[in-house]
Each structure stands twice: as structure tokens, then as C-alpha cells.
Ligand binder design. Structure first.
Ligand code: FAD
Length: 363
């Protein structure tokens, strides 16, 4: 990537920004500054990444950009699992159940591709198997199992930040009111390319204000109990925006019990009634969580949490746009799939940055 000015500013420090920064930092001729309001270690309603499970449950429709990004990302998550244990990712035996009655609900639509017995990712993840009827819970119609990953976000985000620093990326706190302000945040002059990785804030940030971006509220309970399996059902009988998912994070990260997908809700506080339903449904689905009593009181709670997924009508936006005099590469709107599409999105952003710098070099 050679040009006169190779200064790049990345706005954001969520999973999308950090993987993008890491991928770009492999280009030694780039000088990269990352600026963000929230950093790994923070817990805030404006910062989705720490709240994620996080696992690899592909949901992109065949032919979509999301599918392309998810497919591309698996290999890198799998490699990190095998080769970098300190990153906080591990493989998990995974079971997915589908119920016909969830078709057309908020969670049923979300999991449409995930629950398919002929899922496109059956040849991407290892050990994909269709479960026979005899292995399904009574109210479920389909089931598959495979090997996936679960990420301890409290370890993985700082790990990525550390890798960026090691690669020479400068990290700064800052709050932008307009995306063009990013250019002047570069530590050694003005930036020639800005990466906009602001998640849900892309709906409000000056110069972007994308009206198709909105929150998809997720509520979780983090417990110390161990489920022994990563498992999900496409819906529940408690409302069309509620689902059940259970995942044990790597290296002592506890177990995430979820959840819900509440479109257009900005509510930052946990709903205690929903928390109770999440815990009861989790024990019903996975009795190993409370082997002595089968009761919620047996769960050892670390914390309740709420995160707002950066939803976007039409899927994630990874594309270039000239705003004022500066090229911006957008990468936002990763909804409930920011981790599982992270490296794929980052490589797409890398391609766009390369194109821009090549064109500039010709001027
Ligand atoms: P964020 O993490 O929100 O980061 C945005 C960054 O931009 C922050 O650093 C913020 O400070 C910065 N920023 C924003 N505006 C400004 C500004 N004006 N000035 C400066 N900085 C700014 N995904 C999966 O792949 N697998 C899962 O299992 C999974 N589970 C989830 C469970 C829950 C409960 C939730 C809520 C989400 C889950 N997700 C999952 C989705 C995932 O968390 C998101 O897709 C991802 O975190 C989005 O990352 P991001 O970097 O785009 O945004």
C-alpha cells in the first residue's frame, strides 16, 4: 500500500475496529491511529462488544455480504483457538434446535439460516451432523450439532488491543461529533483515510447519520455454572423477541445465558422479569446448569447485562464514501454477528483502503 500520505485513523475500539486495525497494521507502510470513546475494559450501553456471548453462529443468507464475511472469518477464529490460547477463545460442542412455530418471529427470522439442516456452513465448521428426532426435545422440529467457538470477550478484546499496540498502532481516547473530525486525530499529521467502525453510533454521528441503523436489544445473565454444551433454540413461548442460548466462555469467563432480540429498544437496564425467564428457560434446556435442585437459586450470578446490537436494514455496511475531502471506509451495522463476521469484514475494509491509497498514489 504505497502513497505519499499513508496516515489512517480508525474510529472505534469494538470488535470491528480492533480486528480492522490489526489487519491493517500488518502493512508496515501504514501509520495507524485508533481513536474511540470506549475501550476494552469499559462496560457501557454505547459499547456492544463486551456484552456479546460471543460465539460463531452463522446467520447470513446465501449470496449476501454477511455470509461472505462469516465464511471468511471461521478459519481465523479456528486458528486462534488452536494456536493462541491466551486470546480467550475455545472450541465448543454445539447443538442448535429449531421450532417450526418460530418462523416469522423476530428470533425465528434471525436464526433462519442457522437452524437449517442443509445450512451453507455445514462444510465450513467441523463435525456438522443432523440430529435424529430421537435426540430432539419434545417441542423442537429440527436439530443440528457441530463444533463452534466461544469467545471470552473480556480477554479477547484486550488481547486484540495489545496486538495492535505491538504492531505500532497508536491508541487514543476521543469523542467525535462528526466523522470528518477523525482526520485531525492522527498523531503525525492529517489522515488520508478514515475507518468508521462506530457500530450503533453510525445512526447519530455527524456526516454518517445512517437512518437504517437501529438498536437490537439483548439481555444476558452471566453465571459461574457450567453447561457442558453450547446450545440454542430458535424461540420460546414467552414472546416473539425471546430466544434461549447458552454458551460457556473460554478461560474462566463464565457462562452466558440469553436472551432476546428486541428491535428498536434503547433500554439500558436489565428487566428482572426477563432475567428470571432467561434463567428458568436455560435450566429447562440444560439441566446440567443446576444439577442439584433444577432451580434458578442454584445459579451463581456474576452479573446481569444489556447490550444494544448495531442492527442495520440491508446488513452490515462495508464500503467507501468520500465525505468532504477525505475518503471514509465504513464498517458498521454488524447487528448480532460482529464477532463471527469480524475478520471477513476487516479483510474487505483492507481491500477498500488499498484501492483508495493506490488511486491517491496515481494523482
Ligand atoms: P461497538 O462494540 O459498539 O463499538 C463501537 C466503538 O465505536 C466503541 O469503541 C465506541 O466508543 C466507538 N464510538 C462510537 N461513536 C463514537 C464517537 N462519536 N466518537 C468516538 N468513538 C465512538 N456477535 C457475534 O458474532 N456472536 C455472538 O455470540 C454475539 N452475541 C451477542 C450478544 C449480545 C447480548 C449482544 C448485545 C451482541 C452480540 N453480538 C454477537 C453482536 C456483537 O456484539 C456486535 O455485532 C459487535 O459488538 C459490534 O461491534 P462494533 O465494533 O461494530 O461496535
Amino acid at each position: 500500500m504505497s502513497t505519499n500520505n499513508n496516515n489512517v485513523v480508525i474510529v472505534g475500539a469494538g470488535i470491528v475496529a480492533l480486528t480492522t486495525a490489526l489487519v491493517l497494521s500488518k502493512h508496515e507502510d501504514l501509520s495507524i491511529t485508533l481513536v474511540a470513546k470506549h475501550m476494552p475494559g469499559d462496560y457501557d450501553i454505547e459499547y456492544a462488544s463486551p456484552w456479546a456471548g460471543a460465539n460463531y453462529f452463522p446467520v447470513g443468507a446465501p449470496g449476501s455480504n454477511l455470509q461472505k464475511f462469516e465464511k471468511a472469518t471461521w478459519g481465523e477464529l479456528d486458528r486462534i483457538c488452536r494456536e493462541v490460547p491466551e486470546a480467550g477463545i475455545h472450541h465448543q460442542h454445539t447443538v442448535i434446535y429449531g421450532r417450526k412455530k418460530d418462523v416469522g418471529t423476530a428470533t425465528g427470522d434471525w436464526f433462519k439460516e442457522l437452524i437449517r439442516e442443509d445450512a451453507w456452513f455445514k462444510d465450513v465448521v467441523p463435525n456438522f451432523r443432523i440430529l435424529p428426532k430421537s435426540e430432539l426435545p419434545p417441542d423442537c422440529d429440527t436439530g443440528t450439532s457441530f463444533t463452534s467457538v466461544c469467545i471470552n470477550t473480556a480477554v479477547f478484546l484486550p488481547y486484540l488491543l495489545g496486538q495492535c499496540v505491538k504492531q505500532g498502532v497508536t491508541i487514543k481516547r476521543g469523542i467525535l461529533s462528526h466523522i470528518s473530525e477523525a482526520a485531525s486525530h492522527h498523531t503525525s499529521g492529517t489522515a488520508s483515510v478514515i475507518l468508521n467502525c462506530t457500530g450503533l453510533s453510525a445512526s447519530k454521528l455527524g456526516g454518517v447519520m445512517d437512518p437504517s441503523v437501529y438498536p437490537g436489544r439483548g439481555q444476558i445473565v452471566l453465571v459461574r455454572n457450567e453447561p457442558g454444551v453450547m446450545v440454542t433454540v430458535s424461540g420460546t413461548d414467552d414472546g416473539s423477541e425471546e430466544a434461549t442460548y447458552i454458551m460457556q466462555r473460554a478461560v474462566g469467563g463464565g457462562t452466558i445465558l440469553g436472551g432476546c432480540l428486541q428491535h428498536n429498544s434503547w433500554e439500558s437496564q436489565p428487566d428482572p422479569n426477563l432475567a428470571q425467564r432467561i434463567m428458568e428457560r436455560s435450566i429447562d434446556l440444560c439441566p446440567a446448569l443446576a444439577p442439584k435442585t433444577g432451580k434458578v437459586s442454584e445459579l451463581s450470578i456474576v452479573r446481569h447485562g444489556v447490550g444494544l446490537r448495531p442492527m442495520r436494514k440491508g446488513g452490515p455496511r462495508v464500503e467507501r464514501e468520500k465525505i468532504g475531502d477525505t475518503w471514509v471506509v465504513h464498517s458498521y451495522g454488524h447487528a448480532g454477528y460482529g464477532y463471527q463476521s469480524s475478520f471477513g469484514s476487516a479483510w474487505e475494509a483492507e481491500k477498500l483502503v488499498g484501492e483508495i491509497l493506490k488511486e491517491k498514489a496515481k494523482l
